[in-house]
Write a protein that binds this ligand. Structure first.
Ligand SMILES: [Mg+2]
Length: 252
């Protein structure tokens, strides 16, 4: 099957049912547009209000599943959502409780030191984002370094015992093995998510873990954008289409 065949095969997502569905949303590239630097990303007042309305209508069965830290997501959404999984599932907040598998950041600190050395001697040109439990190497500004970043990251992951995650114009070194799938599974095992049908919406390669998880649970994966080779079964064109789809669920 060619990529274009697969592109046409994905259908529009079903209407979001606030009483029956549990909703798992990615942030960057799904709810908000990318910016040259992650800290420049902003959310509209309209989006924050819509998420609050949805959380109310869904009895709280809505969670943000992002590669950002929970703190960074809160800064963008101004705390509009209570349930948040950060760093691709590494950390998870449910009501007021936040859980993380480990607080030993030694491997990340070691990798950070190595990356800084590679940047200072000119072997790499990347924007380094230190998330605490993960290190993101962004090459959106310097795409010519994509292969060099990939090679360096693979070596550093092995050397410091870290997991490797590839995203859009970014490669991350992360503590532990947890993915977005683990975060969704944990949410689905507890109230108010349990008993609902999971729906995951995301644009990036790391969202594939989420799509596989919801598919296994009889739910729906919604890919945002024109990427091929996906475990999602539905597609929305862009962040604007996501907004319209979400709005339709609360403004009926
Ligand atoms: Mg994304």
């Amino acid at each position: 099957m060619t990529p274009s065949d697969q592109l046409t095969e994905l259908k529009p997502p079903p209407a979001l049912d606030v009483h029956r569905h549990a909703l798992f949303l990615d942030l960057d590239g799904t709810l908000v547009e990318f910016a040259p630097h992650p800290e420049q990303v902003v959310a509209s007042e309209e989006l924050r209000l819509l998420l609050s309305e949805l959380a109310h209508a869904m009895n709280g069965a809505i969670a943000l599943i992002t590669g950002r830290t929970i703190a960074s997501a809160d800064a963008i959404l101004d705390g509009a959502l209570v349930h948040v999984a950060g760093i691709h599932g590494y950390e998870r907040r449910s009501d007021s409780e936040t859980s993380r598998p480990s607080n030993d950041m030694t491997p990340i600190a070691g990798a950070l030191e190595d990356v800084r050395r590679l940047v200072s001697n000119g072997a790499l040109d990347v924007d380094i984002e230190d998330k605490g439990a993960a290190l993101a190497l962004h090459y959106r500004r310097t795409p010519q370094f994509a292969d060099a970043v990939r090679r360096a990251a693979a070596g550093l992951a092995q050397r410091h015992g870290l997991s490797l995650l590839e995203g859009k114009m970014v490669i991350e070194l992360k503590l532990g093995e947890r993915t977005k799938a683990h975060a969704i599974r944990d949410f689905m095992a507890t109230s108010p998510f349990a008993g609902r049908t999971p729906v995951a919406v995301g644009d990036d390669i790391t969202d594939e873990d989420a799509f596989r998880e919801v598919r296994q649970a009889g739910g729906v994966g919604v890919l945002v954008g024109d990427r091929s080779d996906t475990a999602a079964d539905s597609r929305l064109a862009d962040t604007k289409a996501v907004m319209r789809w979400l709005e339709a669920a609360v403004h009926v």
